[in-house]
Ligand binder design. Structure first.
Ligand code: SF4
Length: 300
């Protein structure tokens, strides 16, 4: 490690740290700010509710199924068992999270049947990309945190972490989203570099692979980061956080319209669409700026 421009104070290796109530930056919120400062404000400062879409919730179901699949003995990680997990995962999720059951009229809604089938189809596609019987991940749905020298706390969840016997680390992220790949890809790579940086800071290892698995179209993208790039990325994150704090002080979070507006829940309040944002509530107390990601964020 030669570039010490942004050295870290690593957290203890191996443990899953509990979320801490202090300001933190997650890849989802950092991505929001980069995409559109006003979107960041709506989500992180105003905390406006967003009605989850069926596509988002399906992504959450698929992620949860894959997490459960890897808890099965390896010979049992087959497509039929993954499909069998879809309905129970949906039942647990809709019981646990308010508002999800309202996505359908009831258990006999034919659209629910089709939707569960479409989750099964995403899982079938997953099996065309790799054979989970041959893998023993170190962790699934792993919370990771690291602190930059600036004091900025980075926090995120990794879908899956594979560690080879030789110590090579691979970060795997499943993508189930409806946004076109070319639109979503820059955001996904940003997210993967974020995870790679946190692993570098906590383990002293540059992940050998960042692997994005697109379950809607059955394609995978593998990216191999290097350490100087990740050190530069640390400075990028510091700069994003500084810009967030500047906007937080002034309340000046500008809209930045793009194709991604099609997936924004807040067009009615956005000046770019003729709306008026609510009065700026002021920057939240530090303990309220936790950078916590929701399940839906993680299932993008
Ligand atoms: S509609 Fe577009 S410009 Fe407006 S807040 Fe949402 S993402 Fe930003």
């Amino acid at each position: 490690m030669t570039d010490t421009a942004s050295p870290a104070r690593p957290l203890a290796e191996g443990d899953e740290p509990a979320p801490r109530r202090r300001p933190a930056l997650s890849p989802s919120r950092a991505g929001d700010f980069k995409q559109c400062p006003l979107l960041y404000r709506f989500r992180a400062v105003d905390r406006l509710p967003e009605r989850p879409t069926r596509a988002q919730v399906r992504g959450t179901v698929v992620h949860a199924v894959l997490e459960r699949l890897y808890k099965l003995p390896s010979p049992e990680r087959i497509p039929a068992n993954a499909r069998d997990l879809v309905a129970p995962v949906w039942a647990d999720l809709s019981a646990a999270e308010e508002g999800l059951s309202e996505l359908f009229t009831g258990d006999d809604d034919p659209e629910l049947t089709d939707w569960l089938e479409s989750a099964g189809a995403l899982l079938d596609t997953y099996f065309t990309l790799e054979d989970p019987r041959r893998l023993e991940p170190e962790a699934c749905e792993q919370l990771i945190e690291a602190e930059l020298e600036s004091g900025l706390l980075l926090r995120g969840y990794i879908d899956r972490l594979d560690v080879a016997p030789g110590g090579q680390v691979r970060v795997v992220d499943y993508k189930t989203g409806a946004a076109p790949r070319q639109v979503a890809e820059a955001r996904a790579l940003f997210q993967m570099k974020f995870y790679a940086l946190v692993l570098l800071l906590t383990r002293g290892v540059v992940p050998s692979q960042l692997r994005l698995m697109y379950l809607a179209d059955g394609e995978a993208l593998t990216y191999r980061p290097d350490e100087p790039e990740l050190r530069r990325f640390a400075r990028t994150l510091d700069a994003i956080w500084a810009a967030i704090l500047r906007a937080g002080r002034s309340g000046d979070f500008r809209p930045n319209p793009s194709r991604l507006c099609d997936w924004c829940s807040h067009q009615a309040l956005c000046p770019a669409f003729g709306g008026t944002p609510p009065e700026y509530p002021g920057w939240p107390e530090p303990e309220d700026v936790t950078g916590q990601e929701s399940r839906l964020d993680r299932a993008e």
